[in-house]
Ligand binder design. Structure first.
Ligand SMILES: [Zn+2]
Length: 539
């Protein structure tokens, strides 16, 4: 048994101490009452007033993409020399001939000249290299990399891409856009699984599993005890490998790309299949693009672009067909929708599906359908999400990252964007996440964004961006705990600190509820417990 006492506990039960037996919370109460339960084998930990939250769950991230990224050499540096130094260091500990991957360079930070293969040759001549730019629109390789992939001066520029050449026609080592596909599949989009297009051996499930061990460590340090994953099926296998080996230390809700809907139905898999560590979530579909590239679908055109309404990825009829099929097999949907048109169409389809559902002979059937992002809604649609009992899966940090783009591309419509207060007021269960690695994985940064609607530097103003959408700290915390548990249909076991629930806890160094909201972002995690075991602790 473990006893945590002298704590500030965020729980429906007034208490200052928690007893944990096995993987569950066995008692809550005063220090005296709980410490009286101790025997000689009990570890008693004085939390010195630290805050204990239910374990934080990131309800939308790309954990494979995040974890694989951790294995890459970080070349997001101020100088090209620093990047070369890091590559050389990695080469020293990597067997000769093995590929070294890196990510994050930006030539405009390096004096506005693209780096060259020759520079990389000087750092690591015996390893093929593949370093993607921060923008993902270009990659930088060395002579060995070019040789192994068979790229020569005779290699043509592919459609939509360019092989970098100097004035004499010699290869520079930079591949632009689709020319990157000569070497590898370009990115982890999460649309489906990744096609092997180039010569660099793709990551196996085992590679992903190994990378996820690193990913878990990072997740625990920022207080995460669970994730809802939005990558493909390769990482589903990786999670299973970790689970088999007793190495999975995060609760995983695994959503699957719609490309596998038929296979999932053929196997008779239903949302919720699995156990408390790894369970099947929903079927993921994309309705539209994103705000940055102005491909999210809008009812009215983008500001200053009278013909741009965005790009629809899936139409209503197709989405309904998927949803209907999935529903009949007991699979819930989870649909990426950013623009107000995408969300409008999505809500129409959910309305139809809820209607169909009510005709089914089985009662108590309501599937935990989700809307991913809900970034902007038409005012007529705001109340529909709650009415249809759709889970609002939102990422608070997107609001503060995107606010300038919203002002520019959506103009006055921004008042209806990232409107979690409106959704909460309409009875929506919010499940909060980061969309990592698109945004940083730290859930405390998300709580800060939800509560302040300001960036770390305090911009845009003291009151925050569209401040009427701010949440209280407990509402924000609930998005990462209660709401996330509900979205995974795990609310009987997770999401609050109560006797009988799984002992997943996040211990933080300060009282988030009373500290200056701008300081929430700097809060440090002192301990992360999953299933009664500390996965990270400085206590
Ligand atoms: Zn995502």
């Amino acid at each position: 048994m473990i006893i945590l006492y002298n704590a500030q506990i965020y729980s429906p039960v007034q208490s200052s101490a928690i007893a944990i037996r096995g993987d569950r919370i066995s008692a809550l109460g005063t220090d005296a009452a709980i410490r009286a339960l101790a025997d000689s084998h009990t570890e008693q930990i004085d939390l010195k007033g630290a805050l204990v939250l239910p374990g934080l769950t990131d309800a939308h991230l790309h954990f494979e993409w995040f974890s694989i990224g951790l294995t890459f050499v970080d070349v997001e540096t101020d100088t090209v020399d620093e990047a070369l130094k890091r590559v050389a260091e990695r080469a020293k500990v990597t067997p000769k001939g093995q590929w070294i991957r890196g990510h994050g360079w930006n030539y405009s930070r390096w004096g506005d000249e693209f780096p060259t293969a020759a520079q990389l040759d000087s750092a690591a001549p015996d390893h093929p290299l593949y370093l993607t730019a921060k923008s993902m629109h270009a990659a930088w390789t060395n002579s060995l990399g070019l040789k192994i992939t068979g790229i020569t001066t005779n290699t043509p520029d592919p459609e939509g891409g360019k092989v970098g050449r100097d004035a004499q026609g010699n290869l520079t080592g930079i591949l632009f856009e689709t020319a990157m596909d000569y070497m590898t599949a370009r990115s982890y989009s999460g649309f489906s699984d990744y096609k092997q297009t180039g010569k660099i051996p793709d990551h196996t499930s085992e590679d992903v599993a190994q990378a996820m061990l690193k990913g878990q460590d990072v997740a625990w340090k920022v207080g995460l005890t669970g994730v809802h994953d939005f990558d493909g099926v390769r990482c589903f296998t990786a999670y299973q490998l970790l689970r088999e080996r007793g190495q999975l230390g995060l609760r995983v809700n695994k959503n699957i790309p719609v490309a596998y809907l038929d296979q999932a139905l053929a196997l008779g898999l239903r949302s919720g299949f699995g156990d408390h560590w790894l369970r099947l979530g929903n079927v993921k579909v994309f309705m539209d693009g994103a705000l940055g590239p102005r491909t999210a679908t809008m009812i009215e055109p983008y500001e200053g672009e009278p013909n741009n309404y965005g790009i629809a990825v899936t139409d209503k009829e197709t989405l309904y067909d998927y949803g209907r099929k999935a529903m009949m097999g007991g699979l819930a949907m989870t649909v990426h929708a950013i623009g107000d048109k995408a969300n409008h169409d999505l809500l129409d389809v959910y309305e139809q599906l809820r209607n169909d559902e009510s005709q089914l002979p089985i009662t108590n059937y309501k599937l935990r359908h989700r809307a991913e992002h809900l970034q902007i809604l038409h005012p007529d649609d705001i109340a529909r999400v709650g009415k249809l009992k759709i889970i609002g899966s939102m990422q608070p940090i997107h609001a503060t990252s995107d606010m300038n783009m919203v002002d520019k591309y959506w103009g006055k419509r921004g008042v209806y964007s990232y409107a979690w207060r409106d959704q909460l007021n309409n009875g929506v269960v919010l499940a909060f996440g980061s969309d990592s690695p698109v945004e940083p994985i730290n859930p405390l940064w998300g709580i800060h964004a939800a509560v302040t609607r300001r960036r770390a530097d305090g911009s845009p103003s003291e009151e925050g961006w569209y401040p009427n959408q701010k949440l209280t700290v407990s509402e924000a915390v609930d998005g990462y705990t209660k709401g996330a548990a509900y979205a995974a249909k795990m609310e009987d076991h997770l999401g609050t600190i109560e006797v009988g629930k799984l002992a997943d806890l996040t211990i933080v160094d300060r009282d988030l509820f009373t500290c200056d909201p701008m300081m929430i972002r700097d809060a440090a995690v002192l301990g992360t417990m999953v299933g009664g075991e500390f996965k990270f602790r400085t206590l």
